[in-house]
Design a protein around this ligand. Sequence first.
Ligand code: AMP
Ligand code: ZN
Ligand code: FE
Ligand code: FE
Length: 283
Amino acid sequence: MFSDLHLHTSFSDGTYTPEFLASEARRYELTAVALTDHDTVEGCPRMAAACGQNGVEFIPACEFTSESQGTELHLIGYFLDIDNAVLLQQTRRFQEVRQNRIIEMVGRLQELSVNITVDQVSALANCKSPGRPHIARVLIQNGVCRTLDEAFERFLKKGRPGWVPKFKIDAADAIALIHQSGGLASMAHPALVRRDELIPGLVAAGLDGIECYHTKHPPMTVEHYLAMADKHKLLVTGGSDCHGMNKGKPLIGSVKLPYFRVTEMKEHLPSDHPARQSVPNTL
Ligand code: AMP
Ligand code: ZN
Ligand code: FE
Ligand code: FE
């Protein structure tokens, strides 16, 4: 029994609908999946329904872009109450920041005479939580770039001419936001952050877990973070970070988190949390 707890849909910068993603989860025989769209939980109701139809256990989640001591780090909230008023108010704010950033970034590109408009990006993104991959896809459509990597390397990466810094919630505040929404906070892809010295501070702020298994974590890295989880008494999470067809080969199911890790997560929830009652529902 395996799970994939890091997946994106077209509600942020993934290309799959929740329904297709849930059918893929079944095809790969996943017992449980989490939807971790960037700064939004809007896809969760549809994903929950689709997972129900496919006999896959569903965990509502969200990947927050946060910052600690000047370093961007992604925190995933798992088992969130997706109707929580504070959560919805905050995600709306982050989405506004993303929408304004797209306008600014496209403006920068236009100043460089790059062929792109905000309307094109909005039409392609067709969601409230747009991101740089949407700009990259328009650049490919318009023949400016050939690949997503090229778009990031030439224009969109930090420090490149189309890049605009983004307001990010402080990591400790993101952990508090996740907790007040009934969730567990896990640090996403720590090897991409490469600032292990930040981890004790996050633990002090209430971090619950760490994403040991990830597409970009080779076996030695997994071992390293499993030891880190052990040392700091953190839950072990993991997932593929599948963005659908965004990055060539779809990644869903390629990272296999043993299901007992999901059980451990549920045992860590408050005793009155609704997810404590749920069991794997394989059809
Ligand atoms: P944003 O949320 O707008 O800051 O964009 C970040 C997203 O861009 C993340 O989901 C990354 O997976 C994606 N990303 C970052 N670098 C690249 C790249 N070189 N190629 C494709 N996607 C990337
Ligand atoms: Zn993404
Ligand atoms: Fe991330
Ligand atoms: Fe992600």
